[in-house]
Design a protein around this ligand. Sequence first.
Ligand code: NAD
Ligand code: LMR
Length: 342
Amino acid sequence: ALARTYNTKAHKNNQRSYTYVQPHASYKVAILGASGGIGQPLALLVKMSPLVSSLNLYDIANVKGVAADLSHCNTPSQVADFTGASELANCLKGANVVVIPAGVPRKPGMTRDDLFNINANIVKTLIEAVADNCPDAFIHIISNPVNSTVPIAAEVLKQKGVYDPKKLFGVTTLDVVRANTFVAQKKNLKLIDVDVPVVGGHAGITILPLLSKTKPSVTFTDEEVQELTVRIQNAGTEVVEAKAGAGSATLSMAYAAARFVESSLRALDGDSDVYECSYIQSDVNELPFFASRIKLGKNGVEAVISSELEGLTEYEQKALEALKPELKASIEKGVAFVQKQP
Ligand code: NAD
Ligand code: LMR
């Protein structure tokens, strides 16, 4: 049922098959930053998954109440709370999927990169613990700036000798969710059918929706392409401004992150038809990290669907070239942050 809701198969054809119907609760998911604006609704959505047997919630504050509250839902998973550095290891032991929304969000006027100084340290510390306690887990990074925090995580895992690039993911699902919503609205399409790949990174112009690859096939005017692209790129800022100082996207982000968790669990559980866009270590072009559509399998990234990056329109090709310097600089900033530490 969740797979249908999240519509992660639509890109292949529009005859989605629902043959994968026997999930059983057997996976452990850990959420780090679980009492935050994203963490709480994400924990609720993950608590609804029939694939989860243990849901471990970690935060530096307020996590006991969140866990007590959630534990009363009559769904299969057992909820446990962990607070403070001394409990982090126990939270992570045996985890199959670790989701990290820990860190500060933007306020109006800020870029995601303005969060670097605080969030880089938070992500580094949490990934060190992941490396020590559950190096085989799928790691989902939500904390911004994603364009830099994923390279930070990769460097930390490398230093610890446990880096598996197939299992480290920057969560860009919200960009796809937004693109699908905005395109369906603009073109009066049934939402469940719409699937727009979004590639590049997760900040401003590095977010590149490939509207020409929309399924089902849709024609856009040049004006529509421009308007939709800019709206998708600025959608995070749209929410930051509407919240007027009270944070950034939390509910739509929790929805998107839960979709990515569910896709990961289905892949771990043997579903061979799971596709998502994600920001990963990549060799589709000269950038060492790049978001594109991937096929997920038991061991993480099973294939990168690089064919989707071929045959771009002139608009998309120009936008792709234009985003490269910014994305490259954000990646290098993340790598340098870890490498310059004593
Ligand atoms: P929030 O402030 O509401 O929650 C963050 C939580 O992290 C808090 O509960 C806080 O106690 C916790 N935290 C802080 N330091 C921690 C640490 N060292 N260990 C564990 N927990 C810690 O913020 P939010 O709205 O939930 O956003 C969280 C992050 O997600 C931000 O960086 C935001 O920019 C990012 N974000 C990313 C996307 C995306 O698409 N990838 C979308 C929305 C938000
Ligand atoms: C988003 O896209 O909503 C997030 O990256 C949060 C933000 O700062 O915009």
